[in-house]
Design a protein around this ligand. Structure first.
Ligand code: HEM
Ligand code: HEM
Length: 313
């Protein structure tokens, strides 16, 4: 199949409500991950006690009525309460996506995926709540590792609800199956790496560091091969090449941030940060992990949607 002959993908029209909400959920989750990562870096998981109702200087308050002077009292309370408030915004936007999917008569796939995204956000929020109520380091680890999978689910919802996705017609390609397998391998290996990173971050176990670095080879082997192969797509499938270029930038940034996070935590400052200057590098590394996972999954979905295996004549 000459790739430049493939039918051009229609561009996503503006104003599709379900897709707009699904994209907003993804964008709003980025500051959520930044605030969440800062809580862990600053060891501020218990800076605000309680969940739904919280302890404040003026007694027990509903989360949303937490006094502003408490919110800005110190960096720990600021990041912890901001994380919960942004979590509320993400939850509302996820509800908006479900309502839009039903109100606009979106496809059954779009409806299912928006419901899945909402359930994922609710489960993640509940684990976050219980992490505080139980003051549990195990739940902190689970919340950290699962948060990245939740982000990937939200990205999947944004991809699958796009009008581009609905309108796309698959094109026969000789290596469709091998590309799908490679994209799956990249997604799974990145997630395993993320889980090992969460184990390291929440325990400082040297074994976790060894595993994290060992897994880097598997991740690089899959991700580098994947983006190199995607760069060859042209014409109507140029979208895949663009995704490949984006993936190459994200992996380079993430490996650099990994080295900087290592230096920050193990050499320069130690595992518990005291302010923005010493928490920012490990926190950005957490965000980079989410972006890498989201991009690998989006590529896996698009490869599956756009390419079908060419049967040998
Ligand atoms: C969709 C909703 C949510 C997402 C995607 C999310 C995501 C995250 C992420 C990525 C981290 C960083 C973990 C790490 O660096 O290892 C984090 C930390 C944290 N989150 Fe959330 N979160 C959500 C909702 C909530 C809610 C509702 C609460 C609480 C009431 C909460 C409480 C916490 C706490 C306490 C931490 C710090 C854990 C620790 O002690 O290390 N989160 N969150
Ligand atoms: C593609 C490659 C990488 C991915 C996907 C990745 C992912 C992650 C993630 C997601 C976390 C935090 C997990 C969480 O708590 O939620 C983490 C932690 C960590 N990673 Fe990586 N990582 C990568 C490469 C590296 C490299 C190359 C290094 C160092 C040489 C590194 C060093 C660390 C360190 C030191 C931590 C713990 C930071 C802390 O304790 O605050 N990572 N990694």
């Amino acid at each position: 199949m000459n790739l430049s002959q493939a039918t051009a993908l229609p561009s996503t029209p503006r104003g599709d409500a379900t897709h707009t909400f699904a994209r907003l959920v993804v964008w709003a989750t980025l500051p959520l991950i930044l605030f969440g990562g800062s809580i862990t870096s600053l060891d501020a998981g218990m800076a605000v006690e309680g969940w739904l109702t919280v302890e404040s200087s003026q007694g027990e308050r509903l989360l949303w009525l937490y006094p502003i002077e408490d919110w800005f009292q110190n960096i720990g309370q600021f990041v912890e309460h901001s994380h919960r408030m942004v979590g509320t915004v993400v939850g509302l936007l996820a509800i908006g996506a479900v309502i839009a999917a039903f109100a606009t008569g979106a496809s059954s796939t779009a409806r299912k995926v928006t419901i899945l995204a909402l359930v994922a956000v609710c489960v993640q929020g509940t684990i976050g709540g219980f992490r505080v109520l139980e003051n549990s380091p195990q739940l902190a680890f689970l919340h950290g590792a699962l948060g990245q999978a939740v982000f990937a689910t939200l990205v999947a919802a944004a991809v699958v609800t796009s009008p581009r996705w609905t309108a796309a017609a698959p094109v026969a390609h000789e290596s469709a199956s091998s590309l799908k397998a490679l994209a799956t391998r990249a997604t799974v290996s990145v997630y395993v790496m993320i889980v090992s990173g969460a184990w390291l971050r929440h325990t400082n176990d040297p074994l976790a560091l060894s595993l994290h670095l060992l897994l880097l080879f598997a991740v690089l082997a899959a991700v580098v091969l994947l983006f190199k192969r995607l760069l060859d797509f042209k014409g109507g499938l140029a979208h895949l090449a663009t995704s490949g270029r984006r993936l190459s930038w994200i992996i380079k940034a993430q490996v650099t941030l990994g080295v900087l996070a290592f230096l920050a935590v193990m050499v320069w400052y130690g595992p518990s940060a005291t302010g923005v200057h010493d928490s920012i590098l490990p926190t950005l590394h957490v965000l980079g992990g989410a972006l890498l996972l989201g991009q690998c999954l989006a590529i896996r979905l698009w490869v599956g949607r756009l390419l079908k295996q060419e049967v040998a004549a």
